[in-house]
Design a protein around this ligand. Structure first.
Ligand code: ATP
Ligand code: MG
Length: 180
């Protein structure tokens, strides 16, 4: 499984529709300060269901919508779609390729889609359990996060090992059935 592309439109500094395409191997994103490098990582976090605005470096969720520049009007929505190659079926679905998309309007209306089909945030979370990819996963290591892991509480650190060991879904299922 690997990330094939990230498509953004109206997300943060990306007013126009842009598609970043990746191939197997390492890709570096370089550019001057303030050119939008971190916004690319934010887009991935966001589409994976990030709800904490602080993690997205904003004051409220609508701050991810392109807010305009001197010569460009603000946009009314932000949209991000990532496509993953799933030919090894690490994601528990039959598709060879999985596209996860999220869209947010200024009105607050929002939607998630998996392969073009509307779904809940819960479905997106479940898709990525135990893959290390979800918003709580370790596939995006932000600045200062290593420190947090090293100095974190034992149960927070345990979550990371559970995810890597692939037992998160069983724990979630257990707590769901206990609740019922
Ligand atoms: P650095 O090298 O300093 O880390 P960077 O390339 O990571 O820089 P980002 O933090 O990704 O830069 O981008 C910051 C830019 O994104 C700022 O110019 C900011 O104005 C712009 N930006 C953030 N949110 C929005 C928004 N909602 N609408 C328009 N522009 C935005
Ligand atoms: Mg940055």
């Amino acid at each position: 499984m690997y990330l094939k592309s990230i498509e953004v439109q109206g997300f943060k500094s990306f007013a126009n529709k842009i598609k970043f395409e990746f191939h197997n191997g390492i890709t570096g994103i370089v550019g001057p300060n303030g050119s939008g490098k971190s916004n690319v990582a934010d887009a991935v976090r966001w589409v994976l269901g990030e709800q904490r605005v602080k993690q997205l470096r904003g004051g409220n969720m609508q701050d991810v919508i392109f807010s305009g520049t001197e010569n460009r009007k603000p946009l009314s929505y932000a949209s991000v779609a990532i496509t993953l190659d799933n030919s090894d079926h690490k994601l528990p679905v039959d598709y060879e390729e999985v596209t996860v998309a999220r869209k947010l309007y200024r009105s607050g209306e929002s939607e998630y889609l998996i392969n073009g089909r509307a779904c809940r945030l819960k479905d997106v979370n479940e898709l990525f359990y135990d893959t290390g990819i979800g918003k709580e996963g370790y596939s995006i290591i932000g600045q200062g996060q290593i420190d947090k892991i090293l100095s974190g509480k034992p149960d927070e650190r345990r979550e990371l090992f559970d995810e890597a060991a692939g037992i998160v879904k069983f724990k979630r299922r257990k707590s769901m059935s206990v609740k019922k």
